[in-house]
Design a protein around this ligand. Structure first.
Ligand SMILES: Nc1ncnc2c1ncn2[C@@H]1O[C@H](COP(=O)(O)OP(=O)(O)OP(=O)(O)O)[C@@H](O)[C@H]1O
Ligand SMILES: [Mg+2]
Length: 441
């Protein structure tokens, strides 16, 4: 798993067999399990040990798991709780969620299901604590995230550090392609030479050629002086061609020649010039599809793609969502001279489960907006509905409404169904009118 420190997990279940099984599974995940077959002893362990997460059964002889959940969320509100039970019912699920449990697994479950549940819960917890304490955030050349996939990516970047092989960076929009291109340059051996980024999509095609290769005075209308191109400017360093799919076949042909010959010829010139650059390109469209449509040269593609770096979408980087959330929270609150936002468990859980189609850019903008609009606590209420919809399909997280909210919602429904007749509503709700009046306040 992704965690560096050893986490202590308390498991309470009346089945000795299951306890032993879970003990082994948790150890395999690098965690430190404490087990107990009864609630009283469980509470004792909670009181005397630094527990990071509680796993508990519901139905146990003498004292049931509900009591433990209630105790734990009252006295140790930061400990996430995972409920495991062999008696699935929507009602009991809703009830334990109201008591403070975060996730729900139905027995029997696989080791993978357990790991997934722990992963999302611990992600939430780790960040919740770190947001308050840590000032320095681990990163690779400004890239935040230590998921397995990103670590693999950093390794690839490190391997390219002392050569000039071309690199094609691909990934969905907002995954950080430009950031990766910069990291490639600045972590490499030639980082003191220039890094020259060119957005091929932003430069009109007729201009792109002269911008890339330079031109001599008078080579075309408007060429009033000699001008070096981006290739010459990047000599010794890195030329980053962003949105490479936006180049015409003519420009592609010239690029191919420049890469093959390692030399460029300015427009209007007869002399070519040797250049020594690493070319990094980026694309968020599938170049192979463009090749099939005849819009991209296959030979150029292979020249550009000697090393291929694919940035995974954010939703596939376990735990990075929360690390980035923390990072942007710090960044924007500092920028605006505000104190950091505090995300509660349910809010974090929802954000962690959201698919982030706009990837890191979407997350970045989202946090910026939150920091502007809110002052301290972010609960599930501050999370927009479209982000929660997936969560609501999920059996555990639909239960992200607090007991108060559920109650308020229900009281309002009963009232309006009875034309605001409080006596009738109180009767249906099973409370007296005075209590209802207080609740309405
Ligand atoms: N891992 C990361 N850590 C910190 N910031 C990141 C990370 N990934 C992306 N960002 C930030 O998210 C924003 C989008 O990243 P970037 O512009 O590199 O995306 P892109 O892949 O080039 O997107 P597009 O395909 O739309 O051009 C930038 O502000 C960038 O700094
Ligand atoms: Mg980009």
């Amino acid at each position: 798993m992704y965690m560096n420190e050893t986490l202590s997990i308390l498991v309470v279940d009346d089945s000795r067999d299951l306890l032993e099984l879970l003990r082994r599974q948790l150890q395999d995940l690098g965690m430190n399990p404490y087990i107990s077959d009864n609630v009283l002893e469980g509470i004792e362990i909670l009181e005397n040990t630094e527990i990071d997460l509680l796993i508990t059964d519901l139905n146990m002889p003498k004292i049931g798991g509900e009591q433990l959940i209630r105790y734990c969320s009252e006295h140790f509100s930061s400990i996430p709780i995972l409920v495991i039970t062999g008696y699935p019912s929507v009602n009991s699920a809703i009830n334990v969620m109201k008591l403070g449990a975060l996730e729900y697994l139905i027995k029997p479950f696989t080791a993978d299901e357990l790991e997934d549940a722990l992963r999302s819960m611990l992600g939430a917890k780790t960040v919740r604590e770190e947001v308050q304490t840590t000032a320095v955030i681990e990163n690779f050349q400004g890239i935040i995230g230590s998921s397995k996939k990103m670590q693999h990516l950093y390794n690839t970047i490190q391997r390219t550090k002392s050569n000039r092989a071309t690199i094609l960076v691909s990934g969905e929009s907002g995954t950080g392609k430009e950031l990766v291109a910069r990291a490639i340059h600045y972590s490499g051996d030639f980082s003191s030479a220039p890094f020259v980024p060119v957005n091929c999509g932003a430069i009109p095609d007729q201009l792109l050629e002269s911008e890339l290769f330079g031109h001599l005075k008078g080579s075309f209308t408007g060429a009033i002086t000699n001008r070096a191109g981006f290739f010459q400017a990047a000599d010794g360093g890195t030329l980053f061609l962003d949105e490479i799919s936006n180049t015409s076949l003519e420009v592609q042909a010239k690029l191919l020649r420049a890469i093959q010959e390692k030399e460029v010829t300015s427009l209007g010139s007869t002399k070519s010039q040797k250049i020594n650059v690493r070319i990094v390109t980026a694309s968020n469209v599938n170049l192979l599809e463009l090749i099939a449509q005849g819009k991209f040269r296959e030979d150029l593609y292979y020249r550009l793609n000697v090393i291929s770096i694919e940035i995974p979408p954010l939703r596939e980087r376990e735990n990075d969502i929360l690390a980035l959330l923390k990072y942007f929270n710090l960044k924007f609150s500092k920028e605006q001279s505000k104190s950091k936002l505090k995300f509660d468990r349910n809010a974090l859980s929802a954000l962690n489960k959201y698919a982030w189609p706009g990837n890191v850019r979407e997350l970045e903008n989202f946090v910026q907006r939150l920091v502007v609009m809110h002052d301290d606590n972010i609960t599930i209420n501050e999370i927009p509905n479209y982000m929660k919809s997936k969560v609501q399909l999920d059996k555990s997280a639909s239960l992200s409404m607090s007991l108060k909210e559920v109650e308020k919602d229900y009281i309002q429904k009963v009232l309006s169904a009875n034309n605001n007749n409080k006596t009738k509503a109180a009767e249906i709700l099973g409370i007296d009118r005075k209590t209802l009046r207080e609740k309405l306040k």
